[in-house]
Design a protein around this ligand. Sequence first.
Ligand code: AMP
Length: 231
Amino acid sequence: MDRSRHIIVLLGPPGSGKGTHSAFLREHLGIPSISTGEILRAEVQSRSVVGRRVEAAMRAGKLVSDHLVNRIVASRIGHREFRGGFLLDGYPRTADQAAFLDGHLTCMGMPAPLVLHLDCPDDVLVQRMTSRRSCGHCGRLYNLLFHPPARPGRCDHDDSPLLQRLDDSEAVIRTRLEAYQRVAEPLIAWYRPGNYHRLDASRGAAHLHARLRQILAPEAAVLASSELAVA
Ligand code: AMP
């Protein structure tokens, strides 16, 4: 088995900062990421057969079938650019997807994933997500807690009014979090006995990045030495 390939699985509820931390991890380890949400959104936009099939489920915030996302991920992993390792963002989402991934990685001679679980109390997630705003004109994003506009309710760029996403209301967020908990529990139970790390995502980015550097120190060292070996 090739130890220079690193497979990272990033788990966490909506609002836990997966997007921000996945960008940090990609840069820190120099590996590409695979986001099933992004791939599916592109399919919907392209009006492909797959896109038309999954659109309704995605709009309702429901999960797309395990069979379909497993096929998408298995075909991506086979691409050349992912041979040196990759980060999975938004996949697996169910214990069945995790079992499929483990089997597929074994078949490909790849190591088991290192699992990073961004855990965060619901109240913190609700507070973060109800504080999100975006400019109705240019789409710029703000957060009243971490990145407020200079003038309340107005975009810094074009002074247009800031809006709140319809699915960022407290009632909808609580429903999405409950749906997440139902599927996440068996998924975390699947990974806990393996190379699993729980991180407190209610802490600030600086704390989390320091913790991630600590967990990933051996991974980054192996990746750097494998790059030297091929240079
Ligand atoms: P995300 O951007 O990760 O929040 O995903 C957006 C939407 O894509 C989800 O609400 C699901 O409808 C679908 N989706 C993304 N990843 C998966 C997955 N691993 N399993 C099932 N559905 C998914």
